[in-house]
Write a protein that binds this ligand. Structure first.
Ligand SMILES: Cc1cc2nc3c(=O)[nH]c(=O)nc-3n(C[C@H](O)[C@H](O)[C@H](O)COP(=O)(O)O)c2cc1C
Length: 164
């Protein structure tokens, strides 16, 4: 069977957008206001003892430096009920991201979204540069889930790659 391989970084990015992933909302209270960014690069179960997760954050992100300064980050694994809100959570205008999206503060400064599949409170364990992203290793301090909320599965529908 013949497969069409692509090598250009933009083509690879296009192609991998078809691969399903979960979406995590990383949020914390920063200078009195809740700040959030969404990431499909979130992976939990990187290590079980201690429990570690990772996210990959692009160097161009203006939100991450604010979140990185928070002592505890809230991570909400989005549920199917968040499907219509996912793009809003990535709005260019940060103040718009959480409008109409119910969320709660924990005592630690973490911010968690209502109705998520699961919730984690994490601290930043390590940061490793990786190309145009940083791989952020997170220590999972606390974890909760709601078995009634199925995790949102995010991907772009498959389409033919353009002929070379
Ligand atoms: C579904 C989805 C997944 C995303 N995943 C990531 C990710 O894994 N890492 C990342 O750095 N940005 C990711 N982004 C982009 C950020 O959420 C955000 O839009 C970007 O960082 C630009 O905003 P900022 O300058 O406020 O950080 C994703 C956006 C969407 C809509």
């Amino acid at each position: 069977m013949q497969h069409e391989f692509v090598g250009d970084p933009l083509d690879i990015r296009e192609a991998i957008a078809e691969i399903p992933s979960v979406v995590a909302a990383i949020a914390a209270r920063v200078a009195g206001a809740p700040v959030v960014m969404v990431a499909t690069s979130f992976t939990v179960g990187v290590s079980y003892d201690p429990p570690l997760a990772t996210i990959a954050v692009q160097h161009s992100s203006t939100t991450w430096p604010d979140l990185a300064a928070a002592p505890v980050l809230g991570i909400s694994v989005l549920a199917e009920g968040h499907a219509e809100q996912t793009r809003q959570l990535a709005s260019r205008d940060r103040a718009q991201r959480l409008v109409g999206v119910p969320h709660v503060d924990t005592g630690s400064g973490a911010v968690l979204l209502d109705g998520a599949h699961s919730w984690l409170e994490c601290s930043v364990e390590a940061v490793h540069r990786a190309g145009d992203h940083d791989i952020v290793v997170l220590r999972v301090l606390r974890f909760a889930r709601d078995a009634a909320n199925a995790a949102l599965v995010w991907h772009r529908p498959a389409r033919r790659l353009s002929p070379r």
